[in-house]
Every structure is written in structure tokens, then in C-alpha cells.
Design a protein around this ligand. Structure first.
Ligand SMILES: Cc1cc2nc3c(=O)[nH]c(=O)nc-3n(C[C@H](O)[C@H](O)[C@H](O)COP(=O)(O)OP(=O)(O)OC[C@H]3O[C@@H](n4cnc5c(N)ncnc54)[C@H](O)[C@@H]3O)c2cc1C
Length: 383
């Protein structure tokens, strides 16, 4: 039998893409007792899902469906982490502000349904919890409890291994899927038989279902990321600054965001032009993952701009009141982006779904999305 005609078995579901979205679909299907195969062209996860902060964030997600998905995903992440032996490295999110204009926004946010589990700390109260982190310029902190952080570089391979061992999900790596004509998937290493397929291609717009993807007017977003040496203390949670209040729609869509926006446009125009907002998360060895920036293009250039890194590090210093530790690593990531939606589920054929997260929120919403897709294909509830 030639490699192309080799048959890899018969499955209820074939998932294309082993990033967090594909793994989430495989997980939901495995929970139903379905026979699942996951196919990915890379030898190991290499896309957005391992380049990100690993921050599963609820507070700040767009009000409505995205926020609800993040809440459900947050709950599933905790179950998966426990069962797969995956350490949760941080819990909680601190959004610090250095501007008085953010205070009415904090208060307005806490009054909405999205404020559940959130509290506003004065500078003194925040300092009492973490003296090292709260610089002299910080005026207040919005703390939300419902955020968890994993180290994606370890978590994504570990979830795949757990799905394999616990549920018998099969993984076919270094294998590109060229076409889906159910019950057959034509791959670079032979044919797979499956009753249904979910395609989760990340930011590959020109492979499977390229003409349908073209209808969504997508572009790509490029982000610069840094790993810094340990600051010598443990953060009380993931950290953001004022810029995050404009970046995350759950805050920025509230009318009370307008005065803060005007002030940041006057004071931090260069940061905003590069789409910079500050996220800081911490690893078990206390090193920090710090980012990020947002540049949009059909094919983003592969070059990391040093000025962008400087601006990110300046924001770190301003938000924490301490100089940024030495840079240990730099990398870039890209994700699919749409101006008018944070995700979509398309149905190019009756038993096929095309699933793309078109915002930087796949780690936060993926598990809920996977449950919805599998409920849609196989019936039952996504809850
Ligand atoms: C720098 C950065 C930071 C981020 N931070 C966060 C964060 O903290 N929190 C958060 O919620 N989100 C974050 N995001 C967004 C999040 O990482 C993405 O939304 C998510 O990872 C997308 O997952 P995915 O599975 O769709 O894509 P990917 O992880 O890119 O996986 C897609 C996979 O599909 C495979 N593939 C594609 N086509 C084929 C084919 N034809 N055949 C075989 N294989 C194929 C690829 O090889 C790839 O492995 C961040 C993103 C980046 C880049």
C-alpha cells in the first residue's frame, strides 16, 4: 500500500488542528465516548496556542456570548487541569490603574453582571496584599478572582497526551489534511475515514475551505512577546495596566471608558499606535511572560521591532514602579482576526464544522466553543 492510500482507521470524528480549539473539540467529543482522531501538520504544537500567555481570562471579555463562553471555559480548564495533572500557576487578575479616569470605569464594570467576583482595591489595600508590585503611581486595582493561568508550552502537549491516554484519542502528527469529503479526509499520509469533521486551522486561511474563510474578511494579528528574569517575588495574580482597559471590550465598550480613552490617547499615543497593552504572568520559576503588541496584515512581517519591545518594557516599569528584569526570550505569535466578530462556527457541509477564534481569546473561550461544536454535530447540551 502506498503512503497516500494508507488508511489510518475509522472514526466518529476527525479534528484538523491540534491547537487549543482542536483539542477542545476532541475533549468534548471524547467525553461523549466518540472515537476521535486529531490531525496536525506539525510535529508538535507550534501555533498561537503555545505562544500565548496561557491566561484564561473572564473579566474583560466582550459582554454576552464571549463572556459566557469564557466563564464556561474557565470551569472546564480547572477540571481538565486537575484530571490531566496540569499545574495552575496563577489565579486571579489584577488590573492596576495610574489614572483617576479609570475609577468610574472600574465602578461601572463592577456594577454590571460581569463584575461578579471582582473587587476594587485602593492603593493602600493593594499594597497590603503585594507591596512589591504596587508602584507609587498606582491609584487603584480592579481584582477579579475568575482567571487562571497555565504555562501553554507545557499545557498544550500535556492535554494532548492526557486525551490520548485517558480517552484513546489518536493523534496523527506531521500530516497535512488536503481535503475533507466525508467520510474521507485526504491527508499527506493517507486517508482517514470519519463520520464527521471539525476543522480548526488557526490562522491558515488558504488551506481547507479557503473560499469560505475568504467570506469572513479575516486578517492576521502579529504580537511581540518577552520572557523576563524573575523579579524576586511572587505576583498576586496576572497583571494588566490602564491600556488593557481599552483593549478588552468588556471594559472599553462601557460609556465610562471614554474619559480614560481620551487621556491615554493624549499620553500614550505611541503605545496605542502599536496596539500595546500590558499583560504580565508568572511561571513556576518566577520568570515573567510579558507582552504584547498588535499589528495587523494579511501576511505580517516576521521581524520583531525593538522599539515595540521597549514600549512594552516601559509600560511594565510604569505599572509596577520597578525596572523591568533582564529579557531572557523574545518571540512572536499570530492569530486570525476579524473586525466584526470574536469567533465563528461555519458549516461547509452537513457533518463538517469550520471553527475559528478571530480575536486573541482562544485560550479563554476554546473549551466552551468545543463543547458547543460537538453538541451541534452530535446532539446533547453544551453546558
Ligand atoms: C502571542 C499571543 C498571546 C495570546 N494570549 C492569549 C491569552 O493569554 N489568552 C487567550 O485566551 N488567548 C490568547 N491568545 C489567543 C489564542 O492563543 C488563540 O486564540 C488560540 O491559540 C487559537 O487556537 P487555534 O487552535 O485556533 O490555533 P493554533 O494554535 O494556531 O492551532 C492551529 C493548528 O492547526 C494546524 N493546521 C492548520 N491547517 C491544517 C491542515 N490543513 N492540516 C493539518 N493541520 C493543520 C496547525 O498546524 C496548528 O497546529 C494569544 C495569541 C497569541 C499569538
Amino acid at each position: 500500500m502506498s503512503a497516500r492510500s494508507a488508511v489510518h482507521g475509522v472514526f466518529d470524528l476527525a479534528v484538523v488542528g491540534a491547537g487549543i480549539v482542536g483539542l477542545s473539540c476532541a475533549h468534548a467529543a471524547a467525553l461523549k465516548g466518540l472515537r476521535v482522531i486529531v490531525i496536525d501538520r506539525d510535529a508538535q504544537a507550534n501555533g498561537a496556542s503555545v505562544r500565548n500567555f496561557g491566561l484564561v481570562v473572564v473579566a474583560g471579555q466582550e459582554r454576552g456570548a464571549a463572556w459566557n463562553r469564557a466563564r464556561r471555559s474557565h470551569a472546564i480548564w480547572q477540571q481538565v487541569a486537575q484530571e490531566a495533572g496540569l499545574p495552575i500557576l496563577q489565579r486571579g487578575l489584577w488590573v492596576t490603574t495610574r489614572r483617576s479616569e479609570a475609577l468610574p470605569l472600574f465602578e461601572a464594570f463592577v456594577r454590571t453582571e460581569m463584575g461578579v467576583g471582582c473587587e476594587i482595591l485602593s492603593r493602600a489595600a493593594a499594597q497590603a496584599r503585594c507591596r512589591e508590585l504596587v508602584g507609587t503611581e498606582v491609584q487603584a486595582v480592579l481584582v477579579s478572582a475568575d482567571s487562571v493561568r497555565v504555562e501553554s508550552r507545557e499545557a498544550i502537549p500535556k492535554i494532548a497526551a492526557w486525551l490520548e491516554q485517558r480517552f484513546g484519542v489518536q493523534f496523527l502528527r506531521q500530516t497535512a489534511v488536503m481535503s475533507v469529503e466525508l467520510p474521507l479526509l485526504e491527508t499527506s499520509r493517507g486517508v482517514v475515514h470519519a463520520g464527521a469533521a471539525v476543522v480548526c486551522p488557526g490562522d491558515d486561511f488558504s488551506g481547507l475551505y479557503a473560499s469560505r474563510i475568504a467570506g469572513y474578511n479575516l486578517t492576521r494579528c502579529k504580537l511581540q512577546m518577552l520572557r523576563l528574569a524573575s523579579p524576586g517575588f511572587a505576583l498576586p495574580g496576572a497583571l494588566m495596566s490602564d491600556l488593557g482597559l481599552l483593549r478588552y471590550a468588556g471594559y472599553s465598550a462601557l460609556p465610562e471608558a471614554a474619559p480614560l480613552r481620551a487621556r491615554l490617547e493624549a499620553e500614550q499615543r505611541e503605545h496605542l499606535e502599536h496596539g500595546i497593552h500590558l499583560i504580565v504572568v508568572q511561571n513556576a520559576d518566577r520568570t515573567l511572560i510579558v507582552g504584547d503588541s498588535h499589528h495587523y496584515a494579511a501576511t505580517p512581517d516576521p521581524f520583531a521591532n525593538e522599539r515595540v519591545d521597549q514600549l512594552i518594557l516601559e509600560e511594565f516599569a510604569a505599572a509596577t514602579g520597578r525596572p523591568a528584569p533582564v529579557v531572557l526570550e523574545r518571540w512572536m505569535g499570530t492569530y486570525a482576526s476579524a473586525a466584526d466578530r470574536s469567533m465563528f462556527i461555519d458549516a461547509p457541509a452537513p457533518d463538517v464544522r469550520l471553527v475559528m477564534v478571530t480575536s486573541g481569546s482562544g485560550a479563554s473561550t476554546g473549551f466552551a466553543l468545543g463543547a458547543e461544536v460537538i453538541a451541534d454535530l452530535f446532539g446533547g447540551s453544551a453546558a
